[in-house]
Design a binder for this molecule. Sequence first.
Ligand SMILES: *Cc1c(COP(=O)(O)O)cnc(C)c1O
Length: 492
Amino acid sequence: MNYISTRGKSAPVSAAQAIKQGIAPDGGLYMPETIPSLSSDDLKELCSLSYSERAARIMSLFLTDYTYEELLADCSVAYGDNFDGYAAPVVSVGERARILELWHGPTCAFKDMALQIMPRLLSRALVKTGEERTALILVATSGDTGKAALEGYRDVERIKISVYYPVDGVSRAQKLQMTTQEGENVNVCAINGNFDDAQNGVKRIFADREFAAELDKKGYFLSSANSINWGRLVPQTVYYISAWCDLVNKGDISFDEKIDVCVPTGNFGNILAAFIAKKMGLPVGRFICASNSNNVLTDFFANGVYDRNREFHLTISPSMDILISSNLERLLFLTAGSEKTAAYMKSLIDTGRYELDKADHEKISEEFVGYYASEDACRKEIKDTFDKYSYLIDTHTAVAVSCANKYLADYADAEKKTVIASTASPYKFAPSVAGALGIEIPETDAEIFDALSKKTSTAIPSQLSAVLTKEIRFKKVIDPEDMKASVLDFIS
Ligand SMILES: *Cc1c(COP(=O)(O)O)cnc(C)c1O
């Protein structure tokens, strides 16, 4: 199967090529030419498989230049001992909420689900495409991608990785996780600015032909680990299908039963992966797109206008502090085709805004609804969920739970069960979570972990306590204009 650009102006490429390149030459994002479908027999069979087998089976439908055996070998390692138990368990919380815990990997956020497997896909892609240069991965991160990518790519041969995060835009634990990163092929840099500044800086470097030529001379080419890379998205479709299988296996839903899916959203990658699962044949009703006070997507789904010209808020769910949701472009492509997508994106680049045709907006509204949760609503949800169900959620998950509840109150035709993506361990955002529970916040991170653990009778993830005592390796803070220089510095 070949991959084509959402903007329609680049030649089709293989999956390996799409994963290697990250972004299409015309600035668009790669999409499979067709979405493979799962019959009801296929779904039945997936129900009987392990997580790694499900992942290999589903990914092999998209990555047709990889063999099933290659994918199974990679998935078995990626979703094996690096996770503390089953990779993507579903937990019942009350009558209707089914929480899909995606944070049992090495960095305690859902990014591990993709970034534990993607370096293996890229390594194979270098061989499959006869590439002789070293891949240089540039990552802009709102916190979790950076650490997950560093952990996934560290000390992988013929790959180097440089990560940029907004200096005041990530949690303390996130910052520590990144600045203490081990590995010979890694670099971490803080940016004076917010996430969009970091992301735009990376995008500018990717679009710079001269710079690419300069890197080429030095034996490097650029690649991305952000969710604009298809290699990030395809592993994410797996856990929605897997969650549905697990609910069927438990007898919690019947084989013909649809679920609604609610996802705390930033760059729109995770929820788009869920939408692709539905396009493949997974029985899903609606998608609830949950935002924090950076609610550009809530407005988009309500009135068909995407307008990033608005105030940017730093919130307690920082991984969703985003005003340009890059993967929305893929939804536009699936809805309206490449020509209109290119026009919408041109308008976004030129004016920071675009307005959907009525027909496109109606089509999207059949599948998606948007809600947002304020900071207070988010804190209240953490406390309510814990008080009612003794179940502890992080700030991002709380945004989703709050939005799912609003949706259930508004839509009488909602499905009986809502699968809610839980995207981070509560310990990753411990000060905010502890604060929401009314715990007096002690000074050090170790003390906060202890206080939260004592109050909630939950275990501190060893992945997080380990970084508290590690040496800080990366202290640089730079302006977005200096990112190019920092890249050259890193590889010299
Ligand atoms: C990245 C992230 C999100 C947002 O996911 P997108 O795919 O960017 O929409 C939500 N929650 C957490 C904890 C994250 O790390």
